[in-house]
Design a protein. Structure first.
Length: 235
C-alpha cells in the first residue's frame, strides 16, 4: 500500500494491557468490560479511572471486579488532577500500558499527560476515544445535540486516536445515523449510544488484535489513517 507508515497486520495473540477512563453512566465501559470478559476484545483491563465520585462508571468497574480509581477532578487544575491520576496508577508504568481507552471521559487531557502515551509511529498517542459525531464535524461537548441544532441529515460516531487537538487524531472507525424530520434529542442520543456500543467494540477488537496498518493513503500530504484488514472489519 502506498504511503504505508506502519504495518501491524501480523496478529498478536496476547492480551493488551488496558486502562479505561470514564466520567458518566458508563454504558460504553460496560460493553467494553463485557466484551473483554467474553474474549471478543483481547484486553486485560488493569484499572478504571473515574473523575466523578459516585458515577455509574465506578459501579460498572466494581461489578466487573476491576480496580476503580476514583479521583475527583472538581475544583482541581488539570495539572493537579492528572498528577494525582498518574500517582494513583502508581506501579502501572505508562510505557507498559498498551492502550488508554476513553469511554465517556468528559475532561480534556493536557499535552503533557498525552505525551506519556505518545507513539511517533502512530502520529498520535496510544489513547483511543469515542466521539458522538462524524468528526471533524461537531467536536466538543454534546455532539448529538450539535448535529440536531445544525439540522444535518446524517450524523454518527467516530472512534479515533487522540492527538494534541480537541477530538483530533487519526480516525479508526466511523458509522453513520440518519436524522429524521421529527427526531428528538433523546431519540437521537439513544440510537447513537446503541451505535457507539457496537462500533467501539468492533474497533477495539480490531485495534487490539493488531489487524491494522497506518497509512497516508495515496495522497502523501494526507493525514495518517488506520486501515483494518478487510476480513477483520466485523462488517
Ligand atoms: C457517549 O455518548 C460518548 O460518545 C461521549 O459520552 C457519552 C458517554 O456515555 N463521549 P456512557 O457513559 O458511555 O454511557
Amino acid at each position: 500500500m502506498s504511503g504505508l507508515i506502519i504495518d501491524r497486520s501480523v496478529a498478536s495473540d496476547k492480551l493488551a494491557s488496558v486502562v479505561i477512563f470514564a466520567s458518566g453512566r458508563g454504558s460504553n465501559l460496560r460493553v467494553i468490560c463485557e466484551s473483554a470478559r467474553l474474549g471478543k476484545i483481547p484486553a486485560r483491563i488493569e484499572a478504571v479511572v473515574t473523575n466523578v465520585p459516585g458515577s455509574g462508571a465506578n459501579e460498572v468497574a466494581r461489578e466487573f471486579d476491576i480496580p476503580a480509581l476514583e479521583i475527583d477532578s472538581k475544583g482541581k487544575t488539570r495539572e493537579t488532577h492528572e498528577a494525582q491520576v498518574l500517582a494513583a496508577l502508581g506501579g502501572l508504568d505508562c510505557a507498559k500500558i498498551d492502550w488508554l481507552v476513553l469511554a465517556g471521559y468528559m475532561r480534556l487531557l493536557s499535552p503533557s499527560f498525552i505525551k506519556h502515551f505518545w507513539a511517533e509511529s502512530l502520529a498520535a498517542a496510544r489513547i483511543v476515544n469515542i466521539h458522538p459525531s462524524l468528526l471533524p464535524s461537531f467536536p466538543g461537548v454534546e455532539g448529538y445535540g450539535q448535529a440536531l441544532s445544525y439540522g444535518v441529515k446524517l450524523t454518527g460516531a467516530t472512534v479515533h486516536l487522540v492527538g494534541y487537538g480537541l477530538d483530533d487524531g487519526p480516525i479508526i472507525a466511523q458509522r453513520s445515523l440518519e436524522i429524521s424530520g421529527d427526531e428528538t434529542l433523546e431519540g437521537l442520543q439513544s440510537r447513537g449510544l446503541e451505535l457507539e456500543h457496537s462500533l467501539y467494540t468492533e474497533a477495539l477488537a480490531n485495534l487490539l488484535k493488531g489487524h491494522w496498518q497506518m497509512s497516508r493513503g495515496s495522497r502523501s500530504e494526507g493525514r495518517p489513517r488506520m486501515v483494518f484488514r478487510q476480513e477483520n472489519t466485523g462488517k
